[in-house]
Design a protein around this ligand. Structure first.
Ligand code: M6R
Length: 619
């Protein structure tokens, strides 16, 4: 989704505005984009210097004259993920009208009506974007108000939809203005310079001092000031905080790709998510609980809403929370939940899971749930994002920034946080004795080391993935918690390697999917522990035999010591022993490695798969 950077700092070295903005855009590449552009003010000729190009940042950089970096006082930069109008040079941002340049993340839903009004007044449009409407409105408003903040405040009052907007004007080269409505924008505070960004990655190399803005606020930055107002022009305030990510955390750290790095970050992501979750009395605590505990004691249903990988984390959570808390748990894709008439009331706890905290489908479902009287608890990775702010309680995952589009470490951290939530509810509602909860927590604390062991054994799965680079279809089977792991394994392969892949509940095989099995068809099977419910293990072993008998090539993920699977497996990837409910933290890892390696072997960019955005901020 679009990335936004703004910078102002007139006393700084000449080329700093462009340098900072290009660095910010590079760190925001993970959001996914298809064109990029920058606008500079204070270049000495009283005009804006605007360059924009379709394609990757390298195209923009080639089009800029960087030797030497041009002198300027402020800059805005944008990576665009096309919504209205294709990814072309003309549709790329910034959009310029006269002396005004605008960049935008989101969708102006009433742009057709606004465009008609402007066309009727004789305005000529050059692009197909909704954003150009904003640029025209802003140029006109500036002529009326003679002040960029007042002009932007007047314009946002006319817009419907979702937006983060940044704007500059050639006549006020020391000013960048921004506004947000249902779309992210944060401020970075510097010394003689200030920053704006879609998230802190935009300016993390320059400052860790940040200001969180609320919805419907306008911000004006100059080299020495940051002024926040509301959409009516009245005074408002942001919340100052210190960013605890460092710039290195947003880099590849020596791995071939961000995804590879993030797969290897997983022991730490799980360990960090478990850290500091108990009070002095040893009781589990949540981060930000704005729900009365008596309400949590009285809930009679949990609905997990999420999208993609986060939804699969929710499916895993269902097994654990129902088992530990004896509360029914439904898991639903947020976009489906939002547009039906779900049975939700004040006794329903809705759990929204999101890495970015900005996924529009999930945000809309959160709002819908709260309108129906439900309490919403968010499990989110990104501080300062919208979903936790609009929820009644928050449990942050501590996976650190996830840059690769394909979610890996966030998935493990989401599962870990959901387990913590389940144990918290079991503690609160008295479903488990304290020593039972402690025993599960002890097992959870062993998981980072076990995940590391799986990573240490990555060689064989990578080797098999390279051999299979030309495969055209892979199936994934699992039962119980292995079922969502199978679906996640399939999703990883689809989104990274563009291969047909499907995950099935192994018990469903005989109801149709077994017809897909033909000689040589690769099938991953996630086998539950033989130390768990024995019938489950033997049922899956029977499923392996059934597909093997029909010629499938069986790639089995099993627990250390499980010799029963060997006779029916073409390949076994062993993972350390763990309690059945915790096993997804281990069994998904070989599938992530497999997808990453196979896609790399096919020459694909695993960090930015085609057609995908990291954070999907439109419905
Ligand atoms: O930021 P979120 O967790 O809300 O994102 C949800 C999905 O868009 C995301 O998990 C997506 O499915 C990933 N690309 C999968 O790897």
């Amino acid at each position: 989704m679009c990335g936004i950077v703004g910078y102002v700092g007139s006393q700084q070295p000449n080329g700093r505005p462009l340098e900072v903005v290009l660095g910010g855009l590079r760190r925001l590449e993970y959001r996914g984009y298809d064109s990029a552009g920058v606008a500079l003010t204070g270049t000495g000729d009283g005009k804006l210097a605007v360059t924009k190009k379709a394609g990757k940042l390298v195209n923009l950089i080639e089009a800029l004259d960087l030797d030497p970096l041009p002198a300027s006082t402020a800059a805005i930069g944008h990576t665009r993920w096309a919504t209205h109008g294709g990814p072309t040079d003309v549709n790329a941002h910034p959009h310029v009208v006269g002396k005004v340049a605008v960049i935008h993340n989101g969708i102006v839903e009433n742009f057709v009506a606004l465009k008609a009004e402007l066309l009727a007044a004789g305005t000529t449009f050059t692009s197909e974007t909704d954003t150009e409407v904003v640029a025209h409105l802003l140029a006109r408003a500036y002529d009326v108000h003679g002040d960029l903040t007042a002009a932007l405040t007047a314009v946002v009052q006319r817009l419907q939809g979702t937006f983060t907007l940044l704007a500059v004007h050639a006549d006020v080269p020391d000013v960048v203005v921004g506004a947000r409505h249902d779309s992210p924008l944060v401020v970075g505070l510097g010394d003689g310079e200030n920053f704006l960004g879609s998230d802190v990655s935009a300016f993390i190399a320059q400052t860790k001092d940040a200001l969180e803005l609320d919805q419907d606020q306008v911000v004006t930055i100059t080299p020495t000031s940051v002024v926040v107002t509301d959409f009516a022009g009245g005074p408002a305030q942001g919340r100052r905080y210190t960013v605890d990510w460092d710039a290195a955390a947003a880099e590849k750290g020596g791995f071939r790709s961000f995804m590879d790095k993030e797969i290897h970050d997983q022991p730490k992501a799980v360990a960090d998510t478990l850290l500091g979750r108990t009070d002095l009395a040893g009781h589990l605590v949540l981060d930000d609980l704005r729900i009365d505990e008596s309400v949590l004691r009285s809930i009679d249903k949990i609905i997990v809403i999420a999208c993609g990988t986060a939804a699969y984390a929710g499916h895993v959570a269902k097994y654990a929370i129902e088992h530990w808390c004896r509360i029914p748990v439904e898991v639903e894709l947020a976009h489906e939940f939002r547009y039906r008439d779900p049975v939700v009331n004040e006794k329903t706890l809705v759990v929204a899971i999101s890495q970015s905290g900005e996924t529009m489908d999930t945000l809309m479902a959160v709002r819908h749930a709260r309108e129906q009287g439900a309490k919403v608890l968010a499990i989110v990775n990104t501080h300062g994002s919208t979903i936790p702010r609009e929820s009644d309680a928050v449990l942050y995952t501590h996976a650190g920034p996830e840059i690769a589009v394909a979610s890996t470490k966030a998935f493990l951290a989401q599962i870990t946080a959901a387990y913590l939530l389940g144990l918290y509810l079991a503690q609160l509602r008295g479903n488990k004795f304290p020593d039972e909860i402690s025993a599960i927590l002890d097992e959870l604390r062993l998981m980072p080391a076990k995940i590391q062991l799986v990573l240490d054994r990555a060689g064989r799965v990578r080797e098999i993935a390279r051999w299979m680079a030309d495969t055209t279809s892979v199936l994934f089977l699992g039962r119980h918690v292995g079922f969502p792991v199978a679906m996640e394994g399939a999703l990883k392969l689809k989104e990274l390697a563009y291969i047909h892949a499907e995950g099935f509940a192994a018990g469903e095989l005989k109801h149709g999917p077994i017809a897909l099995i033909e000689p040589g068809q690769p099938v991953f099977v996630i086998v539950p522990s033989p130390r768990g419910r024995d019938s489950l293990h033997s049922k899956v072993v029977s499923n392996i035999q059934e597909i093997r008998a029909r010629g499938a090539r069986t790639l089995v993920i099993a627990e250390d010591g499980d010799e029963a699977v060997r006779p029916f497996a073409d390949e076994v990837f062993y993972v350390p022993q763990s309690p059945v409910l915790l096993a997804p933290l281990l069994t998904v890892v070989p599938l992530q490695l497999f997808a990453c390696e196979l896609a790399t072997a096919r020459g694909l960019d695993v960090d930015q798969p085609r057609n995908l955005a990291k954070s999907v901020t439109v419905e």
